[in-house]
Design a protein around this ligand. Structure first.
Ligand SMILES: O=C(O)CCC(=O)C(=O)O
Ligand SMILES: [Fe+2]
Length: 212
């Protein structure tokens, strides 16, 4: 992953994407709203990894099969789902302008983002590895630097349904934005680590406090 990410357009066909969107819609009652906390994160709705494993096992298989394989190819090393199964796989649903993710690094080293819906001009914005490197030791402590980071050089990917973004999210600072008040964006996200990566207990604890 030379620039810290790979973008695979039409990874799924329109029909396949629509199939998965409908599967997720059938369980929409499971989504929970995550509140914004003290400027540290933005609001969004989420279905967590336990729920996906129990209620959408076929979607969980898509993660463990084709998505895992695509990410592993791009990373060039063997990967396994992040240890924390509640956060390892999730579906994020952004339904209002301003929902999304502030600049951050992921708890898992690599992630896949499969877009199921994007009618609000939602995008993932990434700061190239050579810049991100300087801020690497402060994963969840980036929130005071949001204004500064917004001025760093960045790449914006505005995916369409069926597109797959593979990201070295533990090394590349990124955020999720949703520009329009009309429309919505729904993404399936799964995070993986190189096999044998040492546990990061402090980071995991912080992530659980800040997320859901
Ligand atoms: O929604 C996005 O574009 C980014 C989401 C993200 O970075 C995350 O879930 O860690
Ligand atoms: Fe992320």
């Amino acid at each position: 992953m030379k620039h810290g990410y790979e973008f695979s357009q039409s990874f799924l066909s329109a029909a396949e994407t629509e199939h998965w969107r409908q599967r997720v819609e059938s369980r929409r009652i499971l989504f929970r709203q995550v509140a914004a906390k003290a400027g540290m994160n933005l609001s969004y709705s989420v279905m967590n990894g336990y729920q996906i494993q129990d209620e959408l096992p076929d979607l969980f298989d898509l993660v463990q099969g084709p998505l895992h394989e695509a990410l592993q190819d791009a990373a060039g090393e063997p990967l396994a789902l992040m240890r924390d199964r509640k956060r390892a796989v999730r579906i994020q649903w952004y339904r209002r302008r301003g929902e999304g993710f502030r600049w951050h690094l992921d708890g898992g080293m690599y992630s896949v983002l499969l877009t199921l819906v994007n009618t609000n001009q939602g995008a993932t914005q990434m700061i190239p590895p050579r810049w991100s490197r300087y801020l690497k030791p402060v994963p969840y402590v980036l929130f005071p630097f949001q204004g500064l980071l917004a001025r760093a050089p960045s790449t914006v990917i505005e995916p369409r349904p069926g597109d797959l973004l593979l990201i070295h999210g533990g090394a590349v600072i990124h955020r999720g934005t949703n520009e329009r008040s009309e429309g919505e964006r729904m993404v399936l996200v799964a995070s993986f680590d190189p096999i044998g990566r040492r546990p990061t207990p402090v980071w995991d604890w912080l992530a659980r406090r800040l997320n859901y």
